[in-house]
Ligand binder design. Sequence first.
Ligand code: CA
Length: 506
Amino acid sequence: MSNIKAILAACVIATIALISTVTAQQPRAVDAKVLTTAGTAKDAMPGTWLTYGHSQSEQRYSLLKQIDETNVGKLGLAWSAPLTAAGGRGGTEGTPLMWNNTIYQTMDNSIVYALDARTGEQKWMYDAKIDPITPSHMCCGTHNRGLAVYEGKLILAANDARLIALDANSGKELWQSKVADINQYYSFTIAPRIAGDKVIVGVGGGEYFIRGFFAAYNLKDGSLAWKFHTVPPAPGKPFEDKDQEKASKTWVGDWAKYGGGGSVWDGLVYDPDTNLVIAGTGNAEPWPQEMRGIPKSEWGKWDNLYTCSIVAVDASSGKLKWYYQTVPTDSWDFDSVGGFIMADVQIEGRTRKVIMQAPKSGVFYILDRTNGQFISAEPFVPVNWVTGFDKKNNGKPIINQDAYYDQTNSVVIYPGGGGAHNWAPMSYNPNAGLVYLPYSAGSYTFNAAKEPDPKAGGGAHGLGRGGQDKRTTPMPICWRRHADHGQQPPVPGCGQYAVRLQGGYG
Ligand code: CA
């Protein structure tokens, strides 16, 4: 987001805040109990925004009623504030928090602003002063998506893989924890989430040679509570637990020299109903499966768990409860990392506690979040990497074998670079039963390099150059725009691609 847009966004939010905080009471601390009510009908602090997705279910649905379709056109500028004081570095992908009449906004390069919501006056500004090597050790910019607030503390995941607690009133540091090493290409862009008395955070860096993980830290002092690795240890090294041993059986060959990937850079929720932490994991690394040690005769036969998956662990212990792999043997950077929405919805006559995700793969997944049971998966853009979902195998995606590629065989894959839906938040209206999300439809030509190279632009993911020159016959696009609602005549050549859109998407 540009600086100008960031300022404007703050103004709109401030306008809403002004209206909603007129009757605000003396602020009370945000504790685990308050957070379970945030953004719900029982909201203990209506008019605030206390967690990244507004509620712990991350529905981003506001119950405030003072602004509606009859007066939204009358909204105007209440104030503006520059967010570029820290050396002109002002971009943001961050969702601001609103508590105690204060807007807390993160910016690129791990800078935090605290602004009075009523006036725009800056209360304080904090610069984490990230390690100077950080920009050259992140694939896609020094972004930051937001903060967590808990008992007067703000928790920041700084780009150089440090977790930092600030005093929400003063901006002073309370504690710091080095979660991982930026020199080893671990980084943060994620907004931390609160789970009871812990804060959960996941690492970025999946376009480099990392072994991904997410972890819980004790809010009191920043000490480590538990860590869940999304990729097993290198062959020959001891397993942390049976979950890692299980994952190791889905990898083959000399894969560990490139780390394995499985970053956790956005989608993360805590479900107080089940005491589960549910995380989305990124691509396997490097992208071409042959570079992960899978011989051509066995392409698609090694899932590479727990990459490109939705993973649920017990919030107290960090032990695995269930997983669902949205893209087995991911070779297209389909990162199952986009944000989640949790909801209780009626499906076939009974209430299901579901979790929903619309990640880069272009497929909208719905699972039962209590146990990981598959409910549905449907494309929301043209998609050609998957031919169906095996309902006898808990909805495991059936990969289109024509979607695999190597140095000599290029393929055109839908959706393409950046994915169908990346980090941009989505929302859910429980009254309408609709999910709203931005998407982009497109394609990208994949072929493999000889070796992954960390110094190559964009990271070490192992894609070749000049893929366009080697393009094979494009695979047909088998799903058209949502507006067709599945009514479009069959696309020639698509008979082998079994899944078609059912109904439409709002
Ligand atoms: Ca990725």
